[in-house]
Design a protein around this ligand. Structure first.
Ligand code: NAP
Length: 550
């Protein structure tokens, strides 16, 4: 008699007797039963119900651990399990909330096989990092993964859902939905390109995600693209610690590790610095136009191939000695060199109402808050590249934006200035904001024409501020580094500061402040550090300060 073959499994494997014997043996060793409940309509004679039955029959030939009971949609168990569509397959409903809507045919038989294995084992087989993330979930997650029989990427995403449902049965329920048999449901979720995963009605993943990325998306209820592993180490020894995970720090990390330096990047906030909130970047070579966050994700993924990133920990203290000791909110780093790539923070207008109404109409991030102002009236303050780029972004999103600039010419590049005038965005020249008003949220601003000194009131729903950045020099202060007249960290042209083993790169040094220049400075600094650690200039120089400007 020919051996049964789970439909959809790769033919070359299933054709092999040895493979089936191995499968049977594996199933025999599973400690738990795998009870299945199949719900069908009208005698279950439709194509998808028959296909489901056929697939299960093939699997049941492999193991007596798999049992099947079938009911109609009008059965009392259908009501109990809230089953309304045919066919619906519940897997071990006494222990987990895992169900298939539609037939698990084709590629989906691979998901079914893995599900039976995990349910039989009674384990999710999640890796440690994924488990840690998932364990942070403390409320219900209703997961829907849309799949199709012909999609080779779908099993990976569906199995992510299965693993989450097995690891955290008290919170995670899963529906795997075949879009060919559940066309209406697929239409309702616009799931026409699979796999597509939703949790609590929020899209958490489009395409197959790595296990850790799926779990993070599920935890945060927001699609994530990158997972940064966490470390429990209380002390880390390094050749180089980089403070700051923007373009300068990330590039330095890549260069340093490739030179052989044991390197760690510490970033207290979001990776990417200012770039992460830039709507669109059009002058980074290789990308004619790319979203700032997308560019950051690409840089971070690249950096993670080399360097460990400690995100979410702020540096509390630095002791300059041998080694240099960096104390963060989570651990201590002992390092031979430190690179300050701390970037810059938003400059404020410092006018009445600004801080009180921050987050209530006053914003420093158009990519973050812009969508909230669709169809509404806002002011964009500033005349540099940021203000113009962001005004264009808001305009294209349907926000009624007016630019307010304190002079009669823009500081922004000609290309951007031309685009601004082409779009017809109104500009209030020679105008400054004197006060931002509103009780609970921004309602109006008091403007002043700085030539005539005339004031006027402008009704607005929001004020976006892009008036430049202040260098983040707090750590330089802790180290006792003096700043130059403009408030930046002085260096010797090769990114060495006045202190041996302490370097700087990126916007914290001043200069052009472009993504590409920051990346270049990061690379230069890493190469200087590598050369210095092999051949320390501070042991050769007796004259003290290395930094000409220091
Ligand atoms: P920026 O170039 O320093 O421009 C700041 C703008 O805000 C200037 O127009 C300035 O007016 C105005 N301003 C400053 N303080 C003000 C105040 N208290 N009240 C009213 N207006 C004030 O800053 P940015 O536009 O944020 O750019 C920062 C750096 O990033 C720049 O080097 C820029 O080139 C770079 N960047 C590049 C891109 C790109 O290439 N795609 C995009 C964004 C930013 P004045 O002109 O009168 O000084």
């Amino acid at each position: 008699m020919p051996q049964p073959q789970p439909p959809g499994a790769p033919e070359r494997d299933l054709a092999s007797e040895a493979y089936l014997r191995q499968l049977k043996k594996t199933f025999e060793q599973l400690p738990n039963d795998i009870p299945l409940l199949l719900f069908t309509d009208k005698g279950g004679n439709d194509l998808f119900a028959q296909a489901t039955r056929q697939v299960i029959r093939a699997f049941r030939e492999l193991s007596p651990r798999i049992s099947l009971k079938e009911y109609g949609l009008d059965h009392e168990l259908a009501r109990r399990y809230q089953v309304t569509s045919s066919p619906t397959l519940l897997v071990a409903p006494d222990r987990y909330s895992i169900r298939w809507l539609g037939a698990p045919m084709g590629e989906e038989a691979r998901t079914l096989l893995e599900t039976f294995m995990l349910v039989g084992l009674g384990q999710s087989n999640l890796n440690e990092q994924s488990r840690k993330v998932l364990r942070r979930i403390d409320s219900a997650r209703q997961v829907k993964v849309f799949v199709s029989a012909t999609c080779p990427y779908c099993p990976q995403q569906a199995v992510n859902g299965v693993k989450a449902a097995i690891e955290l049965p008290e919170h995670v329920s899963l529906e795997i939905i075949d879009i060919q048999s559940e066309t209406e449901l697929a239409d309702r979720y616009s799931a026409h390109s699979v796999p597509m995963a939703f949790a609590n009605e929020v899209l958490i993943g489009h395409g197959a995600q790595a296990e850790e990325v799926f779990m993070l998306s599920l935890q945060k209820l927001e699609a994530q693209t990158i997972f940064i592993p966490e470390s429990d180490a209380e002390e880390v020894e390094a050749d180089l610690v980089i403070v700051g995970g923007g373009p300068a720090g990330l590039t330095a990390g890549i260069y340093a590790v490739r030179s052989g330096l044991r390197t760690a990047i510490i970033e207290r906030q979001a990776l990417g610095g200012q770039v992460a909130t830039t709507p669109v970047v059009e002058n980074y070579p290789g990308f004619t136009s790319v979203g700032g966050k997308t560019l950051v994700d690409i840089m971070v993924s690249h950096a993670l191939q080399y360097v460990q990133i400690f995100q979410g920990e702020g540096v509390l203290d630095i002791a300059h000695g041998n080694p240099i000791v960096v104390q963060t909110s989570r651990r201590k780093f002992m390092t031979k060199a430190i690179l300050l790539a701390t970037g810059a923070n938003h400059r404020h207008l410092n006018v009445p109402g600004e801080s009180r109404l921050a987050g209530r109409g006053v914003s420093y991030c158009s990519t973050c808050d812009g969508p909230l102002f669709k169809g509404k009236k806002v002011l964009m303050v500033g005349g540099g590249n940021s203000a113009v780029t962001e005004a264009l972004y808001l305009h294209h999103m349907g926000v009624k934006v007016t630019l307010v600039h304190r002079r009669d010419t823009l500081r922004a590049q000609e290309f951007l200035a031309r685009r601004l005038s082409e779009t017809g965005i109104p500009v209030r020249w020679n105008t400054e904001i004197r006060e931002i008003r509103g009780e609970d949220r921004v309602r109006e601003v008091l403007l002043v024409d700085n030539r005539s000194n005339q004031t006027s009131v402008f009704a607005t729903d929001g004020v976006f501020i892009a008036v430049g950045y202040e260098p983040a020099v707090e750590l330089a202060g802790k180290l006792g580094l003096e700043l130059n007249a403009d408030g930046y960290i002085p260096h010797d042209g090769r990114h060495r500061t006045r202190l041996p083993g302490v370097y700087s790169a990126g916007d914290v040094e001043g200069g052009y402040k472009q993504i590409v220049t920051a990346a270049g400075q990061g690379a230069e600094a890493a190469m200087t550090i590598f050369a210095d650690l092999i051949n320390p200039y501070w042991l050769k120089e007796t004259t003290g300060a290395a930094a000409s400007g220091a």
